[in-house]
Design a protein around this ligand. Structure first.
Ligand SMILES: [Zn+2]
Length: 145
């Protein structure tokens, strides 16, 4: 995206909506339950926008020409189509079983479980979870110990 491109509130809302939808699909996958059909439709809609054709236009000086009627929206829609396509590829692909949600509070990221015992999205989250456990052991010993 060009540096001087402003992300219009409309586009920001679209991107936020896609993020919410992709997260809902990832949650359904991780929790092994069926996704909302409406959300699957919405993400499919994002992917199909990638082929939206520029409008046919005409004026006296140029004659016929084609132009995207809202260039910023077209850029955002293209980006959203790629994100939706990546998410769909992941959910329906060979790595789908590796999808997991980080277990370090308050992190809510998803990650690919690259080895069987991995429980956190990052070293940082793992360190925070280990520190919290150590703190709990030190300061919250059960009574009678
Ligand atoms: Zn995390």
């Amino acid at each position: 995206m060009a540096e001087d491109t402003q992300l219009l509130p409309y586009c920001q809302n679209q991107l936020t909506g896609l993020r919410v939808h992709v997260r809902a699909l990832f949650e359904a996958a991780v929790q092994n339950r069926p996704p909302s059909a409406a959300i699957v439709d919405a993400v499919n809609g994002n992917m199909q926008k990638i082929s939206s054709a520029p409008a046919l236009c005409f004026n006296e000086s140029q004659g016929f020409f084609r132009q995207h009627t809202h260039p910023v929206t077209q850029l955002v829609e293209h980006a959203m189509a790629l994100i939706a396509d990546d998410a769909a590829g992941l959910l329906a692909g060979d790595d789908a079983d590796l999808l997991a949600q980080c277990q370090s509070e308050p992190c809510d990221r998803f990650y690919l479980r690259t080895h069987a015992r991995r429980r956190w999205c990052s070293t940082r989250c793992g360190d925070r979870a280990r520190a919290a456990r150590a703190h709990a052991r030190k300061y919250h010993q059960p009574e009678g110990n």
